[in-house]
Design a protein around this ligand. Structure first.
Ligand SMILES: *Cc1c(COP(=O)(O)O)cnc(C)c1O
Length: 368
């Protein structure tokens, strides 16, 4: 049997490049608490993302929770059910009520036509997700947010490095959260960031991740601990040096899937939105009239491990079942029951893509 092919594989610099990057830490003895590597990575990311404000975190989830705290959200937050557990949990763990808006079936992002009908006097924000790297209809979301005086935080965990009409997505809304988890396009092992519009947020975001400490002997917020350490930041500095080639390699894999699977009946392939420069993070395929689970089973038999991102929908988690059992989100249900995210990472070979595709095509013939 071949080596297993997972849905993703972390991008890593050479061992030498990383050890060169961390060597100085043995001299400085400064391992965390906003050290040299941390400061350098912040500057380089601001440059790469072409954005004026950034705060680094130990992971994307805590970046999101702290963005919610810094923007002082209250009451209800309109969000999407087709996402990773983190988005919904972050809202609820912050003592807020997620209000689930359905998705659209074109790009699987929040259905902007439905947002206004969900707004009440308790709504404080919209928290959409650029799911699979598909960018939300931000101009419409902006218009609604302005009209009702709402904040907008994007879960941009899938959207690192993406630009829309030349503008980096880090600049959309009041704030955006990025995840630098090992499995994401850009990784710091674990890690994350918040980019934000209002530079007045710098003080609170930086304090919240460090116990609320603002200055020596001065604690101004009830903060926790969510600091990115120097070893994480060093991995980020290395991976950022190589990000362009990593994304180019992903693009080749993505394009090969498109060539191999175009025109196959019964499946819908992802497509890149107009004006968007993609990061080729994911390849979600919708199996419309063949069983997604049968395809998944067949691939697994061949030691290939796609994932059902995102099934179940977050409000359908066992834990939330009673709370949301009457929720009506037909588009999200439709996609969640049919989606299979195929393996995609920089070092996946063309031969492996071909192998994955021929298994899928053969199985579709058997099933129809
Ligand atoms: C990965 C991810 C997160 C959480 O990020 P971590 O860095 O793993 O904490 C949040 N939202 C989405 C959509 C994600 O894919």
């Amino acid at each position: 049997m071949n080596n297993p092919i997972q849905v993703t594989q972390p991008s890593l610099p050479s061992f030498q490049e990383y050890t060169d990057e961390i060597q100085g830490l043995w001299d400085s003895k400064w391992l965390t608490n906003m050290g040299e590597k941390h400061k350098k990575l912040e500057l380089e990311l601001m440059n790469f993302l072409n954005t004026p404000n950034i705060s680094l975190f130990s992971n994307g989830h805590l970046a999101l929770e702290n963005a919610i705290a810094a923007l002082e959200l209250t009451g209800e937050v309109i969000t999407t059910p087709l996402t990773f557990a983190s988005t919904t949990h972050a809202i609820i763990r912050s003592g807020l009520n997620p209000i689930f808006c359905d998705i659209n079936c074109d790009d699987y992002t929040i259905e902007v036509e439905q947002i206004e009908s969900l707004i009440t006097e308790n709504t404080s924000a919209i928290l959409p997700v650029h799911v699979y790297g598909n960018i939300c209809n931000f101009s419409e979301i902006n218009r609604i947010a302005k009209k009702y005086n709402l904040k907008v935080i994007y879960d941009a965990a899938h959207a690192f490095g993406i630009t829309v009409d030349g503008v980096n997505v880090a600049n959309l809304g009041d704030a955006s959260m990025f995840s630098f988890h090992a499995t994401k396009v850009f990784n710091t092992i674990e890690g994350g960031a918040v980019t934000y519009k209002n530079s007045n947020l710098t003080k609170i975001l930086n304090a919240l991740k460090n116990f609320g400490i603002t200055e020596f002997e001065s604690v101004d917020y009830v903060g926790g601990n969510a600091k990115m350490n120097e070893f994480q930041a060093a991995m980020g500095l290395c991976n950022l040096r190589n990000i362009k080639t990593e994304i180019q390699k992903r693009e080749k894999v993505y394009e090969r899937y498109v060539v191999n699977l175009s025109g196959v009946k019964g499946i819908k392939l992802p497509s890149i939105q107009r004006g968007v420069k993609s990061n080729y993070a994911y390849f979600p395929v919708i199996f419309e009239n063949v069983s997604r689970d049968a395809i998944d089973f067949e691939l697994r038999k061949h030691n290939i491990f796609p994932r059902k991102y995102f099934y179940p929908l977050t409000p359908r988690f066992q834990y939330y079942h009673k709370r949301y059992n009457s929720l009506h989100i037909p588009n999200a249900e439709y996609i969640s029951e049919r989606v299979l995210t195929l393996p995609l990472f920089a070092n996946l070979t063309i031969e492996e893509v071909d192998q994955i595709c021929s298994i899928i095509i053969a199985e579709i013939k058997v099933l129809r």
